[in-house]
Design a protein around this ligand. Structure first.
Ligand SMILES: C[S@@+](CC[C@H](N)C(=O)[O-])C[C@H]1O[C@@H](n2cnc3c(N)ncnc32)[C@H](O)[C@@H]1O
Length: 264
């Protein structure tokens, strides 16, 4: 509220000096952007930076701004979050420490092949590399502009612009997702169909519905991490729930409720 008020005061002052309203809006927006930089989280930065221009639009001052101006943020939004990606998550970066502790819980080779499915600007890839410094880290991203920027900021990793549901996951030892709850059943089905037995599906914040995670990492003020070991290639989700009851658990892990308790 303080940052929005400051932006409004500045815009009013600029207009009172005889400048066009557009100049006042620009001055207020620049101050908002500057203040947003010191905010602690991405959401706070977004609220601080966006609050002033949105309130300008809402109160009608926008009438004096050329109509085409409003197409610019819409165009940027569509570039960053293309319509084809709307059923999955928009850009929301993983914290640098989001995967801390995972390496010691999963039995993966140091040079394992890791995929961030929906890699955005590469924050998840950075978190993966923090845990597995010698791994082969890849990312696939639906938005062309995000994939382009991600490839620039992660020159040593492999970044592709593609639909994560259409690329094969079969060559990877671990697939990492930070998507939406609605994406998780499809992700699990794809993992069971394509990943080799013993490979991992790891999800930040959103568990796979109806599946018991093999590993759960919960830390104060961090999003929970859920890891699932794929046990048989070509299985579907419902096949697996049948197998879980019928088979001896792999690698000596407990089954059923004990397995969930052990995971936590
Ligand atoms: C919540 S962000 C996570 C970004 C990154 N994985 C991280 O953890 O920092 C989700 C990303 O998935 C991308 N995405 C959504 N649907 C996709 C799809 N079908 N194929 C590839 N990327 C997709 C979005 O564009 C967005 O960048």
């Amino acid at each position: 509220m303080a940052s929005w008020s400051l932006a409004w005061l500045l815009a009013g002052w600029v207009v009172s000096l005889g400048h066009e309203p557009l100049v006042g809006v620009a001055a207020g927006s620049i101050v908002s952007l500057g203040l947003a930089r010191v905010a602690s989280t991405g959401v706070r930065r977004f609220i601080i930076a966006g609050g002033f221009p949105l309130s300008v639009a809402a109160c009608g001052w926008a009438g004096s701004i050329p109509a085409w101006t409003w197409l610019v943020p819409l165009g940027v939004l569509l570039l960053v979050y293309p319509v084809a990606a709307w059923r999955d998550a928009p850009l929301f970066p993983s914290a640098a420490t989001a995967l801390d502790g995972l390496q010691s819980r999963l039995n993966l080779a140091a040079d394992a092949r890791l995929l961030d499915a929906g890699c955005g600007l590469g924050h998840g890839m950075r978190a993966l590399r923090r845990e597995w410094p010698d791994a082969h880290v890849s990312g696939v991203e639906r938005s062309r502009i995000l994939a382009f920027v991600c490839a620039l900021v992660r020159p040593k990793d492999c970044v592709r612009c593609a639909d994560m549901w259409r690329v094969s996951w079969k060559d990877f030892d671990l697939v990492y997702l930070f998507q939406r709850p609605e994406s998780m059943a499809q992700a699990w089905n794809k993992a069971c169909m394509e990943l080799r037995p013993g490979a991992w599906l790891v999800s930040l914040d959103f568990p796979v519905p109806g599946q018991r995670p093999d590993v759960v990492i919960e830390r104060p003020s961090e999003r929970a991490l859920f890891a699932y070991s794929v046990q048989s290639t070509g299985s579907t989700r419902s096949d697996l729930s049948h197998l879980r009851v019928q088979t001896t658990p792999a690698r000596g892990r407990p089954n059923g409720p004990e397995r969930a308790a052990a995971a936590r």
